[in-house]
Design a protein around this ligand. Sequence first.
Ligand code: ZN
Length: 143
Amino acid sequence: MCRGLRDLIWSLAPLEERERGRDEKYAEHGWDKGICKTPLYPPSITCTNSQCGHANKGVEMRDYDKMGRAIILTLNGGVKFTKVVNLTCAGCRRSYRHNYYVHSDSKTRTYYPGPNLPQYIQLDEHHYAETELYLCDKLCHGF
Ligand SMILES: [Zn+2]
């Protein structure tokens, strides 16, 4: 390792401190302009419904059924501003959110499969919570 890089690494502030500094800069200079550090998009721009013709053709979803502002409640970082983008497939009308999808005929959320819990849980239209915070709250106050 070169000496300059070693000196730089040892002079850096701890990661949490640097992250906090970035969060503060986004809050101070970005939020009023609609710029956020953690935008919440669906994981794919194409439909994943195997029964949908658009999914089979790889057609990109261009229907932004919802694009808005929200806040994320975090365990260690306090409240953060975020932008939320939801996409709807023009073929099957399935609406894709950050960590789940719903069909236009239903209000049932189907969370995307995966080995881990999602990083954020949607509480209502404009409020999200870090899953870690959400679970702490549920453990303290019951499910
Ligand atoms: Zn579709």
